[in-house]
Each structure stands twice: as C-alpha cells, then as structure tokens.
Design a protein around this ligand. Structure first.
Ligand SMILES: [Zn+2]
Length: 303
C-alpha cells in the first residue's frame, strides 16, 4: 500500500519577520491558502490541514474553504505562542486548550475534529492523556529519528524521537513516541535523519531529494506512510520589516542556533520557487503511484 499525506500547518507565524502577526494571518488567508488549495485541486489530491484555533476564530473562512474542498480539518493548538507550548503546560491547561480548540474548529466546520499536531511538535508525557480526554484519535507531532531536533525548541523532550516507531502506531498513554494502548494513533512526520518538510525542501533542495528517495525506499513496499509537513505561508512572500529577531531562547548559544541562524536559513526559496519545488514533491509521489490520503484515513493497525 503506497500512501502519502500532505500535512499543512495553518498559522500566523511570519517566516520573514519572526513572531506571530495578524498581517501574516491575513496573507495566509487571502493568498497562501487559496494558492495551496489550487495546487491540490490541480493534482486532484486530498490533504490534512492543522489550524491554530484562535486564528480560525478570527478568520473562519480559512477553515470553511479547506473543508469545502474536501480536505481534513484538524487542530494545531489554540495558540502558537511559544510561551504556551504543550511541553510546558500542565495536564489541565493542555486539556483546556485541546477542548476549546476542538470546539472552535467543530463549530466552523460542522464536523468532528479528531486529529492533532502540536505547535513546533512540542509535547510532554501528559499530552496523550489530554488528547484522549479531549476526544482526539490521531496525533502527528512525532518525527522519528529526525536529528534537527537539536536545533529546535524543546529539544530535550524531542530526544524521544530517537526511538520512536516509523510506521503509524497506537501510542503509550504517557509517551506519544512509544507504542502502547492509549487509543491515540500516531502518524509520524517523515524524516530520514534530515526532516522531510517544506522548510528543508526550500533550504536544502538537494538534500531533500536524497531524503525523499530514502523515504520512498522505506515506504514503497510497506505499511509506512509518507507524511510531508508544509506551511501555506512558505508559498508566498511578505514584506520584510527589518525588525530584530524575537529572542526565544535564554541561553546565548541556543539563541544563535535556534533563533538567528535558523532565521537566516529559513528565508531561502520562499514564494514562487517554493511552489515549483512543492509541485515536484507532489509529482514524484504521483508518478510512483502513491495514494494521497488524510491523517484520519490511517487505521493504526499497520505493522
Ligand atoms: Zn506550527
């Protein structure tokens, strides 16, 4: 079974200017999302979209346009504010965010929301229990054996990725990166040491071609699923405001690695070049006879 999932994180994070911005949200709504929906329509494929619920509350059209086009509507958290990331919140607060976020999206889409991806893929040992309690059935916040975790925020918890299974699996009740019987199905984000995501596609197109062929070899004759992560904002450009990069890390080395260098790298091939690269990714999987499915199409019984 050859299956590929295009997962889209819909948020107000500005790649060019850093931070969460209302203007960025408006651009995603009016330009980025319509553009990526046109691409999916052109290739006649379905995808999964993870939304920040507070953003969806302000611009419900972002959800309705995706829902009308037949894609899966899923939750990317109530907010993308890194001060309220899932790995730092208590169980109670995580649950509150999940319940409120789910309700906002369900009210707009008029259907049950069952899939979740944590902002910045940050989770902790309370997250699976909170997901179960809030009524979720799927998670896609784990990137097995992805080594760029050292350059990202919350890297201590992401050490769990080193031993995470690569085929969709039922998670443990206290760890999304381990097998268990929580009732939550993890659909891991593809990687092969290097991440298989939009950012890598833009920043290191040649390395990504290699990653992609390794992912192909691994998935073509197995029940493993290709799960490519992209942000609609990557396909458009925004004016650069030239403000100082927001400092999220306290430690100066972490600041340099995860904020400054990362910021410079992330600007490569935004907009039109990203569209061309992204279409090549889609064409590759289509040529290799992969079915494009959504997160909730996975049954978790894959071995
Ligand atoms: Zn995100």
């Amino acid at each position: 079974m050859r299956r590929c999932i295009m997962t889209n994180d819909v948020e107000t994070t500005s790649i060019i200017n850093g931070g969460l911005r209302v203007e960025t949200g408006d651009r995603v709504w009016k330009e980025g999302l319509p553009l990526i929906l046109d691409i999916y329509a052109k290739y006649n494929i379905r995808a999964t979209f993870f939304f920040i619920a507070k953003y969806a509350k302000r611009c419900p059209e972002i959800v309705t346009m995706v829902h009308k086009a037949g894609h899966e509507v899923a939750l990317h958290g109530l907010t993308h504010d890194h001060k309220l990331s899932f790995d730092t919140m208590s169980y109670e607060l995580q649950l509150e965010h999940l319940v409120e976020g789910k309700k906002i999206l369900e009210d707009i889409a008029g259907e049950e929301i069952v899939s979740f991806r944590s902002p910045a893929l940050r989770v902790n040992s309370d997250t699976p229990r909170a997901l179960v309690e809030a009524g979720f059935r799927y998670d896609s916040s784990v990137a097995p054996q992805r080594l760029d975790m050292f350059m990202s925020l919350g890297s201590k918890n992401k050490m769990q990725w080193l031993k995470a299974p690569r085929t969709p699996y039922e998670t443990a009740i206290d760890n999304l990166a381990r097998r268990g019987n929580s009732g939550i199905i993890e659909v891991p984000v593809s990687s092969f040491g290097a991440p298989y995501i939009g950012t890598a596609m833009r920043v290191a197109p040649r390395l990504t071609k290699l990653t992609r062929s390794l992912v192909y070899c691994e998935t073509k004759d197995t029940n493993k699923v290709v799960n490519f992560l992209i942000h609609p904002i990557e396909l458009i450009t925004e004016p650069q405001l030239n403000e100082k990069i927001e400092r999220r890390s306290k430690n100066p080395i972490a600041y340099l690695l995860s904020d400054v260098i990362r910021h410079q790298l992330k600007l490569k091939n935004l907009g039109e070049p990203a569209v061309k690269l992204f279409e090549k990714e889609i064409e590759y999987w289509l040529e290799n006879k992969y079915d494009f499915v959504t997160i909730k199409d996975i049954n978790g019984k894959e071995k």
